[in-house]
Design a binder for this molecule. Structure first.
Ligand code: SAM
Length: 217
């Protein structure tokens, strides 16, 4: 997936992945991770999800990373927040209400600029990327995290023959392969609900979302 693909999606507002009310599995499962408020949370490929605001309201300093400037601007507008903007290295950083969105390429983010995070939230980031980029994504995520970091990962699985991604199907076995230095617990499965919305229109017969608790060892 090159950058132009995503810029085009945002320009055309083809953002069927966006959930204006946030993702229900976040509020259900985040508390089970037992992460102390005040712990900085990294949200890679964050789009304009209101989940950023939810996390900030629970007392976590939140750092999103997102390619699209439009997404960052829309997020702060839709949340009725006025963001300050500054240039830091290769990123434009938007900040308000305990939320920073770094606009730029996730793969260009480094700990010298962002520091390390003890927690992360990935909803539709891993599954936004084709197979060859997913391994690199998880490795890069690991570089931005502390050794015992924890996170919530929300993925999607369906028969990849039925549709070209994104979103891509990521089976449980692949999640275990990527996070082989972490304890991975499958904690939720929406039993096909994900296939009833937008994916149904794309002729996917059966699609389910899965939530995993990830704890690096
Ligand atoms: C499927 S969307 C998910 C957005 C968000 N996590 C959500 O739940 O709504 C994937 C997002 O990743 C962004 N993206 C894709 N490649 C990226 C990259 N290399 N660096 C930063 N953001 C990227 C896209 O612009 C898009 O907003």
């Amino acid at each position: 997936m090159d950058h132009d693909f995503w810029h085009e999606r945002w320009a055309q507002q083809q953002i069927g992945f966006h959930q204006p009310e946030g993702h229900p599995m976040l509020a259900t499962h985040w508390p089970t991770l037992d992460i102390a408020p005040g712990t900085p949370v990294l949200v890679p490929l964050c789009g304009k999800t209101p989940d950023l605001r939810w996390l900030a309201r629970q007392g976590y300093p939140v750092t999103g990373i997102e390619l699209s400037e439009r997404a960052a601007q829309d997020f702060f507008n839709e949340q009725a927040l006025t963001a300050s903007v500054d240039r830091v290295g290769r990123f434009n950083r938007y900040s308000a209400a305990g939320i920073d969105i770094w606009v730029g390429d996730f793969f260009a983010a480094d700990i010298a600029t962002l520091g390390r995070f003890e927690a992360f939230y990935d909803r539709a980031a891993l599954i936004a990327l084709p197979e060859e980029m997913r391994r690199e994504y998880v490795q890069h995520l690991g570089r931005l995290l502390t050794p015992r970091a924890k996170g919530l990962l929300i993925t999607l699985d369906y028969d990849q023959n039925e549709m070209k991604g994104p979103p891509f199907a990521v089976p449980e076995s692949e999640v275990h392969q990527h996070f082989d230095d972490a304890t991975v617990d499958l904690i939720d499965n929406d039993h096909g609900r994900a296939g009833q919305g937008m994916l149904h229109n794309r002729r996917v017969k059966n699609a389910s979302e899965y939530a995993y608790r990830i704890a690096y060892r």
